[in-house]
Write a protein that binds this ligand. Sequence first.
Ligand SMILES: Cc1ncc(C[n+]2csc(CCOP(=O)(O)OP(=O)(O)O)c2C)c(N)n1
Ligand code: SF4
Ligand code: SF4
Length: 979
Amino acid sequence: MQALARLPMEQRRRDLRAGLNTAGFITGYRGSPVGGLDKSLWQSGELLKTHHLHFQPAVNEDLGATTVWGTQQTSLFQGSRYDGVFSMWYGKGPGVDRSGDALRHANFAGTNPHGGVIMAVGDDPICHSSTIPQQSEFALQAADIPVLHPANVQEIYDFGLLAWALSRYSGFWVALKLLTDVAESSGTIGVGDEHGAFVLPTDFEMPQGGPHLRWPDWATDMDLRMEQVRFPALRAFVRANAFDKAPLSPGRKRLAIVTAGKSYGDTRQALADMEIADAQALDLGIGIYKPGLIWPLETEGLLDFVEGFEEVLVIEEGRPFLEPQIKAALYDLPEPRRPRISGKRDGNGETQFRSSGELKPADITRVLGPRLTRLADLPGVTRRLKLLEEISNRGPGPGAQFPRTPHFCSGCPHNTSTKVPEGSSAMAGIGCHFMAVFMDRNTHTYTHMGAEGCTWAGLAPFSKTGHMFVNIGDGTFYHSGSLAIRQAVAAKAPITYKILYNDAVAMTGGQPVDGPISVQQIAWQMEAEAIKRIALVSDNPDKFNPAEFPSRLTIHHRRDLDAVQRELREYKDVSVLIYEQTCGTEKRRRRKRGKLEDPAKRVFINDRVCEGCGDCGVASNCLSVLPKETEFGRKRTIDQSACNKDYSCVNGFCPSFVTVHGGGLRKRSGSGADFDETLFANLPEPQLPDTSKAYAMLVGGIGGTGVVTVDALLGTAAHMEGKAVRSLDDTGLAQKFGAVYGNLQIADTPEALNVARLGAGHADLILGPDLVTSAGPKVLSLIEPGRTRALINTYEQMTGAFTRNPDLRIPSDSLRHGIADLCGAERTEFVDATRLALGLMGDAIGANTFLLGFAYQRGLIPISSQALEKAIELNGTAVQANLRVFRWGRLAAHDRAAVDKVLGDKAKTAEAPAPQSLEEIIARREADLTDYQNAGYAKRYRQLVDRVAAAEKTRAPGKQGLAEAVARYYYKLLAYKDE
Ligand SMILES: Cc1ncc(C[n+]2csc(CCOP(=O)(O)OP(=O)(O)O)c2C)c(N)n1
Ligand code: SF4
Ligand code: SF4
């Protein structure tokens, strides 16, 4: 995203040097994988102004596209302040889909010669964070928009600048197709003048009138201009500037591989995995042609390259897009010069590359490998094919039964807002509430953004079901969803819209809604749409003044949500329930920045009173209500490090809950400013791993808990040491407490880094902040026995399923075995990083950095400690605490006894209770009851248990299950059972 954010600044600089006074305009709508662009631009602050850049996030993508159209009209009206405006539109695939009409109109009209339009199109082909897979080139082609396909961050930058030049020259809007693996990755790039440099064609004379936007102008003229001016100009510019490259061009021509963008990197990785270096590939007669412009394909260069090869193999992800273009180009070559061509299907018509799902280096190896072994004896190929075979026979491993699915954050309003009364159902739309479909909340089906409820408006006349609840976020409402409500009103559909006002566009990172919006405005807007029943539900209803609302709106506390919904579902037309409660994660952010008061109130559970029924977890649906295994059975505890203080767990009138007003969390022994750091003084420096080849690390953690930060620290540190880095982090839906995978590779040179995402058997290190994620099938498939090492946090962080199943247990032993069996016991290590970080620092948030320190000391991180510490400082967040916990991690690896000494008794806390004899169980409880009341009370207990034990001994010699049960549960009855 930073490469994209830098582009307009660079464009303005270059224009100034060329004597042009231009301005830049950036607009669009967020959505992963371009979800973070707006934040990057906002972070640029004053730089935007300095470079005459105007950033205006759009209400939605198609309106954004139309505003861009306007920026190309500077020459049509009096009073332009600039020679031209170069513009950038951004959006994810569905944004392209919904903008079809706007894009066709605007591109048809053309651009300004000193303006130009580029589009940053985020494509998520494997639905990582999307409701359907995207391959936007088809929609862009339909709008006559040329598509460039960058293979890495460097090409985002280079192609971005070239795209504006092309747009100015030819009048086209020009798109950059940004796949998740490229858009969400980071790497080191060059930004000198040679990047994005272009020349004007010398073999082409621009037809009279030129390609640009004008007025008056009519469709038939534009159509003609497209054919006779703009496409020829486009082709000439592309020919002159070699968007396409031939990185491997052999003398002896056997197999020409044509592949673009991410698939190019995947192909390179497949060759590297098979140990085929460039020289050997050339010897074997293998060539590679890499189009940068994937539509319209520049065929002169392509034909020059492929002529004379025996065969052309097209490698591309998704539905065939390059393949038909190449086939069409080759069709006219005379037979002897025309190579055979295969792509999705081989020469026999059998599928060789699937059109659905992700295309991985392993898939390419499976197709290329056998062909190569037919040409020569290649042990590397045989070895790799064998490993892939072994990996695909492994099975998914024990973790497959225990997935970490995304879940609402702690304190999320949707934990409550998405509940529906018994007997009712709900439909989902776009936004965080979508996760209700994974939960036990009678929420089924969804629509694309801005059509929420319209499916029910269509189905209702044909259904006996009288009513439907429909969830819609405030961001979506503002983007386009208010129109969906209008559709439902027009259809008189029996729907209750639950407009979830969480005061943020939360799913994409907590951006503000893109214009003025408030609970009051929504209420009045709904009133104006002729909706007669409107209710407002809030966790703090007193803050609302009824006079500011339509008179028929009713205001309720969230504890009355069920009753309000029961009433609304009887209503026979569209009704609206505005649910107001700020996003939990947003609250945490605002509190950290001092923008929101941090209530001095904390909730605790007295585990001696708690009966472990789990009702608080089920009712609050909150991930911060955790199990606590105690001598007296499984109880509950509140994770104070993660709690976002929405207090919904307190609602159950359980006597175990204790709220503490005032006061803060106690500082721990290892965290205070007065702590003596000399303990860390003599830490030896480990031998670091070799980076002459890519050193690949996978960080398997939980979304929202700092995995991305670990990756960023490692990446920054490596960069500071002059090493090449390539990393890829998850964003979007997975970030919500689902499994996230930080992919990070470090090497001495960038050429060693082909792909951003690690594939089968690629990992040198599995660094596992989360045991569940690290033992999942995805991570296990990265392990190559004998090469991969694993360092895993043993902490049992519950999954969202625990909110529905209070008896859920993490199968830690089998998960650990799943990893150790593959890596080998000697290459696997487990450490209780969360417990140690919490014990030392008073906050579990440092666990990831602790683990990093531990890994470093074990010689598993290929960067010096100085660089890592510098990166922690540069990161700027809780610098002292992070440096400290990093060093604690190092010390724990080097001298665990020294750490335990500092921890003292805390080292023993939270350990699972050790197995005990019957007598020990009884004695412990007898003593407890004496303390609780008196010796007589304890005696009463002892007598009954003894009687049962004696009876059991005579009736069932050798058994003591009954006596043990009585020992445990009679105690419970006497000590704290409250019913
Ligand atoms: C047309 C389109 N543009 C962008 C997105 C990406 N996207 C997914 S969720 C989301 C945020 C929705 O915000 P809101 O409705 O406020 O719900 P919240 O996430 O805050 O709960 C966006 C923009 C999309 N799915 N479709
Ligand atoms: S980001 Fe906010 S709205 Fe989304 S799940 Fe987390 S707390 Fe809920
Ligand atoms: S509701 Fe009360 S008794 Fe039940 S698990 Fe929660 S704290 Fe324990």
